[in-house]
Design a binder for this molecule. Structure first.
Ligand code: UD1
Ligand code: CA
Length: 453
């Protein structure tokens, strides 16, 4: 089967410089969702018809299995499909999808494909409360489809029809070529309508069949920011309910956003206002506190992520405690039972089993062993203004508060670093390290007072 995705339109009502089909839904372009669904049907040819912002669209969704046809001028949906014809295999049917209709399920498309087979013309239709703006499905007394009439060309009686054209159709390809070539644009919009192909098919004695989606939202398109926001909510609700069905506890399914894939083990709990981006994996019994943002992360069983934690490209082992207000950046790897507390940032660093950095700390480009205690206000000075260097800390080190570790530097196992130490030379195993400084007390000091004016 061939699949053609129409994506040439400008999307004027989006009021944006970004081509309409590139506006994100769940963090990815609308068109990327349609391409994903198309791929599940294993098409032999997959062609996207581009026009407005063609270069940006190609760049955003280009892939070895996707071909592009350019429609220089948007002369109508029929004209758009025509541009793809040279790239199609005429011996198999062609399914037409819209790049701005992102939520159609593969099962619905399969139903349409099954109804049409290889010889019939199939139209996905849906009956709606308010059909304003859509093409109407006109049937004869026997219920057979006679034609599709656009809103602007419809009579009063036709406008009362509530069964509408979703725009998604499937057709034998060889005959489609002839039908498209015969289209005229003598209609209210002066366009070559794909919908007029229905009458051509009937004239040619080809049966026109219809299929319906399970849910109306599957056929909703995006023409405005309002519709984009509405579809985003529908999609997020679907994702949240799938998580609930899988046994995940969500404090509020309306306040969980997944922009990518979220895989959860058993008995995972997620509090309100969390955003998951990219690929996130949560092990059994993980609990996520409110207002966390977690992207491209893997979090081990029994780990607790407290409120306002921000994770981007990190890995946490089992029974870790993170946050509140912790930040993991790319390359952060926390061993089992590690603790990373409030206002602690970990980047490109490994913390061994049971190591703790509970307060106000920056750990960057470091290898920290097991059972290390990192005191409040510890900073790894990993950047010399030109290059980054590593800090290596052995097992069982105790780092006093307000310590600076000037990399590259190595601290042997069992070392004790006194509070307020700047460590810029390597320290051998088991030693105590401190900077000698004097504490001075002055008895004759008078604190300034505010001048009166
Ligand atoms: C179309 C259908 C209408 C249907 C509705 C469903 C026709 C004539 N009408 O109307 O029956 O109810 O969709 O939403 O087909 N496009 C191009 N090139 C063009 C014109 C459109 O690529 O020259 C693309 C658009 O980017 C969009 C899709 O085709 O993705 C639909 O175009 P649009 O103008 O929105 O069609 P409607 O007038 O809504
Ligand atoms: Ca439309």
């Amino acid at each position: 089967m061939n699949i053609v995705i129409l994506a040439a339109g400008m999307g004027k009502r989006m009021r944006s410089a970004l081509p309409k089909v590139l506006h994100p839904l769940a963090g990815r372009p609308l068109l990327a969702h349609v391409i994903d669904t198309a791929r599940t049907l294993s098409p032999t040819r997959l062609v996207v018809v581009v026009g407005h912002g063609a270069e940006k669209v190609r760049e955003a969704v280009g892939a070895p299995d996707v071909q592009f046809a350019v429609q220089e001028q948007q002369l109508g949906t029929g004209h758009a499909v025509q541009q793809a014809l040279p790239l199609l295999d005429s011996s198999v049917p062609t399914l037409v999808l819209y790049g701005d209709v992102p939520l159609t399920r593969a099962s619905t498309l399969k139903r349409l494909l099954d109804a049409a087979g290889t010889e019939r013309y199939g139209v996905l239709t849906v009956t709606v409360d308010d059909p304003t703006g859509y093409g109407r499905i006109v049937r004869d007394a026997g219920g057979a489809v006679r034609k599709i009439v656009e809103q602007k060309d419809a009579s009063e009686a036709e406008r009362r029809i509530t069964e509408i054209n979703t725009g998604i159709v499937v057709s034998p390809t060889r005959t489609l070529e002839q039908w498209l070539a015969s289209l005229k644009n003598d209609n209210a919009q002066g366009e070559f309508y794909l919908t007029d192909v229905v009458e051509r098919a009937i004239e040619a004695g080809v049966e026109v069949v219809t299929a319906q989606p399970d849910a109306e939202w599957e056929t909703l398109g995006v023409n405005s920011k309002v519709q984009l926001a509405e579809l985003e909510r529908i999609h997020q609700r679907n994702v949240a309910y799938a998580l609930l069905d899988a046994g995940v506890t969500l404090a509020d399914p309306a306040r969980t956003d997944v922009r990518g894939t979220l895989e959860c083990g058993a008995d995972v709990t997620i509090d309100v206002n969390c955003v998951f981006e990219g690929r996130v994996t949560l092990g059994d019994n993980v609990s996520i506190g409110p207002n966390c943002v977690i992207r491209d992360a893997s979090i081990g069983a029994g780990t607790r992520v407290d409120a306002y934690t921000h994770i981007e490209g990190g890995t946490a082992g089992a029974n870790v405690v993170l946050g509140p207000y912790a930040r993991l950046r790319p390359g952060a790897v926390l061993g089992d039972e590690a603790h990373v507390g409030n206002f602690v940032e970990v980047k490109n660093a490994v913390m061994g089993r049971g190591s703790k950095a509970n307060h106000l700390t920056y750990i960057g480009d470091s290898d920290i062993g097991a059972r290390v205690n990192v005191g409040a206000g510890t900073i790894t000075c990993n950047y010399d203004g030109a290059n980054k260097h590593r800090t290596v800390i052995g097992d069982d080190v105790f780092i006093g508060s307000d310590t600076q570790l000037v990399a590259p530097v190595r601290v042997g196992r069992g070392v004790t670093i006194a509070a307020g130490t700047t460590v810029w030379k390597d320290v051998g195993e088991g030693e105590l390290v401190l900077n000698e400084k004097r504490q001075v007390s002055k008895t004759d000091y008078i604190r300034p007072t505010k001048k009166k004016v």
